[in-house]
Design a protein around this ligand. Structure first.
Ligand SMILES: Nc1nc2c(ncn2[C@@H]2O[C@H](COP(=O)(O)OP(=O)(O)OP(=O)(O)O)[C@@H](O)[C@H]2O)c(=O)[nH]1
Ligand SMILES: [Mg+2]
Length: 367
């Protein structure tokens, strides 16, 4: 039996099994098995078995990467052509785009790579269409822009989410707050800092055994932790936590009421590429959610150059800034002076570990 069939069997069994206290453990174990099979599905396979799940050959460039993911004909290429100088073919038929097409969005002094991808369909995670390649490319991005057709059923969003989830992508989520350390000896030790409503010691124990982890230390720190969270922690090398902005296009074809309803959802923006409506808002939202930080450097006695921002990721430190400026700067570093949001008083004298914030001005003083 192939992996896909085994997955189907387990999914079928889970659907058949009623959820209650008595079946809870069985369901938990099935979830664990399912996660393992899905991970196998993504392993590169030699020879027979087809697609290896390797992404498209597009090198990363700029300060961040956004992948446009969605069903065919929702308007991904239209959007790319609107927000970058790159033209990607647009047509009324499905699967117009056949490979990854990169464009550059210039915003807030940053260069953001936008990756237009082929449309994916249900079953993409199992290798339907170019699904696996698209998903691999999406995995390498800092943000997924899930482009949706506002005229289609709400279901499409869930279908896509399921495809992405099946391959270990977690959207708009933080890694679970569960500590797991696999050991060589000593058996299984499980501790709870908070008592979770949806996870208990027996469950954790059984899942560990199912994964043949017989010596391990677990500390559950989150009372909302679930079985799925614990499985994610076990499989953490195969999990990717990515931001997602849901973008509903073609709102020119829906009622105002419907539009209003869509626009109220979390992490959601609405637009019409056709009427040129809402596109700037989509860009602004994406920029905000990427949380990129602009810092300006300044030399002693000289005004900073505000036209030349250095773009770093959220939670970057002075050390990260140094790395971006010069390879050996950290070695010569004495202290830095900071003006701006991250400074308690201005200028504040800080060390390499200081976390910078958007629009800080930084002056690095060498030994
Ligand atoms: N009514 C309406 N049609 C749109 C809008 N944006 C794009 N379209 C049309 O939708 C069709 C598909 O657009 P594409 O940009 O090629 O879609 P895609 O998502 O790149 O499709 P694939 O490459 O096949 O995955 C084209 O006929 C567009 O003209 C919009 O805002 N409103
Ligand atoms: Mg396209």
């Amino acid at each position: 039996m192939g992996i896909s069939e085994k997955i189907k069997d387990i999914e079928e069994e889970m659907r058949r099994t009623q959820k209650n206290k008595a079946t809870e453990y069985h369901l938990g174990l099935l979830k664990g098995k399912l996660a393992r099979l899905r991970a196998q599905l993504l392993e590169p396979v030699g020879g027979a078995g087809g697609s290896t799940g390797v992404g498209f050959d597009v090198s990363k460039s700029g300060d961040a990467r956004i992948a446009l993911v969605g069903f065919p004909s929702v308007g991904k290429s239209t959007l790319l052509s609107k927000i970058t100088k790159t033209k990607s073919e647009v047509a009324a038929y499905a699967f117009t785009t056949l490979t990854a097409i990169p464009g550059v969005l210039e915003y807030g002094g940053a260069e953001i790579q936008i990756l237009d991808l082929p449309g994916i369909i249900e079953g993409a995670s199992e290798g339907k269409g170019r699904g696996r390649q698209v998903i691999s490319a999406a995995k390498t991005s800092d943000m997924i822009m899930m482009v949706l057709d506002a005229t289609k059923k709400h279901e499409q969003r869930m279908l896509l989410e399921r495809e992405l989830e099946a391959v270990g992508i977690r959207l708009n989520k933080q890694p679970p707050n569960i500590y797991l350390k696999v050991k060589k000896a000593g058996g299984i030790k499980i501790n709870f800092m908070a008592t979770p409503k949806l996870l208990d010691e027996k469950m954790v124990y059984n899942i560990l055994r199912d994964y043949k982890m017989l010596n391990a230390e677990v500390l559950v720190r989150d009372e909302n932790a679930t079985v799925d969270d614990f499985i994610d922690v076990i499989n953490k090398d195969h999990r990717t936590y990515i931001k997602c902005l849901y973008v509903y296009n073609k709102v020119d074809c829906i009622s105002l009421e419907h539009l209003d309803q869509l626009a109220r959802e979390d992490h959601t923006a609405v637009m019409s590429c056709e009427l040129d409506l809402g596109i700037q808002d989509v860009v602004e939202r994406a920029w905000k959610e990427l949380n990129l930080v602009r810092v300006y450097t300044k030399r002693k006695g000289v005004q900073p150059d505000f036209s030349e921002a250095l773009i770093v990721r959220q939670n970057s430190t002075i050390a990260d800034v140094c790395d971006r400026l010069h390879r050996s700067l950290k070695e010569d570093f004495k202290y830095a002076l900071v003006w701006g949001k991250s400074a308690v008083h201005v200028p504040q004298r800080v060390s390499l570990a200081h976390v910078v914030q958007d629009e800080d001005v930084i002056s690095i003083v060498k030994k």
